[in-house]
Design a protein around this ligand. Structure first.
Ligand code: GLP
Length: 245
């Protein structure tokens, strides 16, 4: 893992956006693994600006998103599909047919099949963007006695429900389950970049950055095994957890 410590969360977003832009410029047919969540949201405006400035085109890019809530209609403002459309896909020249966010309303067996096709047809993911959950999850791979390698459904951890309640009217409106890439799917990406910021992520980042353990009770720690993974944190996070840089 390479760790980059930036001046601020905004700088982290800018830096990761630049990595995505470089990826697409070096291979216009890149397959990108994309993420939602409050942390990732602020990366997309930089990609949109680069497109508007004619610095990059997404016309030949394919995307696969990490996860979606089960039972969430794709036109709901809180769905990950709608979020991706609003933040990114509808603002650039990407062909929407080449974007995939799991359909949380489809039969689970059917959707897992489609998800796998999207992940593995033609090529593997070239660049995977990640955030991390307060629980230490990546995608929606929650802490457990074991982790699951391939696409599957996952019950959301209590901690995740509480954390994601900020997007919903109340905690009871947060969906209880999700469909997500497995940790094996994520680890197959050629390159990974993870952005983390804020106090709620301190514990997960301590487990990732301050020891050598890989533990299923903190799924993000699997990234220690990846060959080309960049962790981007801001000074505030680094200083607070005692990460030396
Ligand atoms: C969400 C998503 C993850 C995301 C993470 C962080 O629930 N399933 O893919 O990376 O949790 O979210 P946030 O950045 O809002 O804390």
């Amino acid at each position: 893992m390479t760790v980059i410590v930036t001046e601020s969360y905004e700088k982290s977003c800018q830096l990761v956006a630049q990595k995505i832009i470089e990826q697409v410029k070096s291979d216009p047919h890149s397959k990108l693994g994309l993420a939602t969540g409050g942390t990732a949201e602020n990366i997309y405006p930089y990609l949109v600006t680069a497109y508007e400035n004619k610095e990059v085109s997404f016309a030949n890019v394919t995307t696969v998103n990490l996860d979606e809530y089960i039972g969430m209609p794709s036109d709901n403002i809180l769905s990950y599909r709608k979020s991706m459309d609003d933040w990114f896909f509808d603002k650039v020249d990407i062909d929407k047919k080449n974007t995939y966010v799991a359909d949380g309303m489809n039969s689970i067996t059917e959707e897992i099949k489609i998800f796998n096709e999207k992940l593995y047809k033609d090529k593997l993911i070239d660049f995977q963007l990640l955030g991390v959950g307060v629980s230490g999850h990546i995608g929606f791979n929650e802490p457990n006695v074991f982790l699951t390698s391939s696409v599957h459904t996952e019950q959301l951890d209590e901690v995740t429900i509480k954390s994601n309640a900020r997007f919903f009217k109340s905690e009871k409106d947060v969906p209880k389950s999700s469909i997500t890439m497995g940790v094996g799917d994520i680890m197959k990406a050629s390159k990974i970049a993870l952005v983390a910021t804020g106090e709620s992520k301190f514990e997960a980042m301590r487990q990732l950055l301050l020891n050598e353990n890989i533990i299923s009770s903190c799924p993000v720690t699997v990234l220690k095994m990846h060959r080309d993974c960049t962790i981007v944190i801001d000074k505030n996070l680094a200083d607070n957890i005692g990460y030396k840089y």
